[in-house]
Structure formats: C-alpha cells, structure tokens
Design a protein around this ligand. Sequence first.
Ligand SMILES: NC(=O)c1ccc[n+]([C@@H]2O[C@H](COP(=O)([O-])OP(=O)(O)OC[C@H]3O[C@@H](n4cnc5c(N)ncnc54)[C@H](O)[C@@H]3O)[C@@H](O)[C@H]2O)c1
Length: 250
Amino acid sequence: MIDFHGKTVLITGAGGGIGAATAQLLHRAGAQLVLTDLSAEMLKPTLQALAEQGASTDRILALPLDVCDAKACASVLAQTAARFAGIDSVIHCAGIYIYREGLVADLSTEQWQRMLRVNLDGCFHLCQAAIPHLRPHSAIVLVASVAASRGSAMHAGYAAAKSGVIGLAKSLALELAPATRVNVISPGLINTAMASAMVAHRGSAVKDAIPLQRFGEPEEAASVIAFLCSGMASYVTGETINVNGGMYIG
Ligand SMILES: NC(=O)c1ccc[n+]([C@@H]2O[C@H](COP(=O)([O-])OP(=O)(O)OC[C@H]3O[C@@H](n4cnc5c(N)ncnc54)[C@H](O)[C@@H]3O)[C@@H](O)[C@H]2O)c1
C-alpha cells in the first residue's frame, strides 16, 4: 500500500535503531535513500543490512552529517537535491539521550546546552537546509519523545529539547503548507542502543507500567514514520503521533 518508487528520502541518524529500520522499510517500498549519520563508519551496519536484503546501490547515497553543523546540513541537502533532483521526505532520527544525566539542580550549562544543541538546534539546521529543495507533496517527519509530554526527571534537557521539536514542527507545518506536510512521531521505549541503559537498570519495572506490556521495536516506529511520509497521510500535518504502547495517552 505504501509506494516510494521515484521518491527521494533523506534520513538522519540512519546508523541508529529507528533510522536503520526506517531505511530498510523505505528501501523495500522503492525509495531512493540518502542515509546520514555522524560518520561513514556508523552507517556501515545499516548499509550491510540493506545489502543483505538485496539493495540496489544506485538508489542509496551514504553521507556523514553532524546535524549540529548548519553548513554541513546545507551541503548535504544540496548534494541530495543535486543527485536526485529534489527531495520528497526528510526523516530526522538523529538524537542523543544520556540515562540519568542529572537533576536540574546539578546540571552544568554545558550539559544543558549539548542536549538542546543536538536534539533541537540540529532539527532547526536540518529543516532550514531542506526547505529550498523540497518538492511539492513532500513531507518532513521529526522524532520527539514521551519525555516531551510527561517530563522526565534527570533528563530535563532532553525533555525540553523534544518539547521544542514539537513546537518547531507545528510552526513549520503552518509555514510550509500546502507544499510540505510536517509531522512528529513521539516514541515511548523502543528497543535500540539509546534505550539500552534504561532497559538494563529499570527495564522490568518500566515494562510492567506499559499497557501493551512490552517495549516497542524500531520497525514499529519506522512504520508510523513511513505512513506519515506517504500519500496515505496526505491530509495530516502539524500532528504528533505517540508510538508508546499506551505509556502516555495524549
Ligand atoms: N529508543 C527510544 O526508546 C526512544 C524513545 C524516545 C525517542 N527516541 C528518539 O528517536 C530517535 C532515534 O533514536 P534511536 O532510538 O534510534 O537511537 P540510536 O542511538 O540508536 O540512534 C540515534 C542516532 O543518532 C546519531 N546522532 C547522534 N548525534 C548526532 C548528530 N549530532 N548528528 C547526526 N547524527 C547524530 C547517532 O550516531 C545514532 O546513530 C532519537 O531522536 C531519539 O531521541 C528514542
């Protein structure tokens, strides 16, 4: 039902759990992919997984990108548009989370600013760089977190940044309509490297409190991202979809 043939999709954080699952799903759906992460090394497992599913390399471009670097974002988005004559979807999976980073009372300014720089400023740089290259009927999907809705003790910088992502997405949805839809997925606990420290320390207690009684798999976040980028979501913009097994019901 979801067909991305002829569509160009750029994914940040494509070496990570949700980014890699999204890349695999969209490749199967026919997309031309531009996969980015902090380094070429970080993209290797994703490229390997795509090769194992028989990926055609002429539909994949892998580029290093630190989303904190505005000039690098502009360059990568311009390279993408030049290679594939425009961009249909931008999926922003890059992010950082530090388990039990600290109480607000104890956080250094540097810790606070780093969370905002990667998780919110990076989002701004990427979206701003994408705007000149977005085709009609295009879509941006950003990734927030249940922390944006509920707050998260010991993770105030992360929660604040993810709340900011939702505000940025709503504003962009107004600014970029009607050509581009902008939506957010807000995951709860998804089985990726990012969640591993939390799962190791508090896994069973957290799991028991989730109505669906399990953590999510990266593929279950990827399928909602793919839906939001597809024509099946053609009348959805400015929206945030929780992907959290009922952990928070908005
Ligand atoms: N896994 C979860 O439980 C969970 C829950 C809520 C929200 N999220 C969000 O989902 C998104 C994807 O996370 P994931 O679970 O796949 O985590 P992950 O750690 O597996 O992947 C994150 C990726 O982002 C990349 N990255 C980090 N800093 C970057 C930067 N400055 N520039 C470019 N890339 C950078 C990392 O190299 C990594 O590959 C993140 O935004 C995260 O905050 C995840």
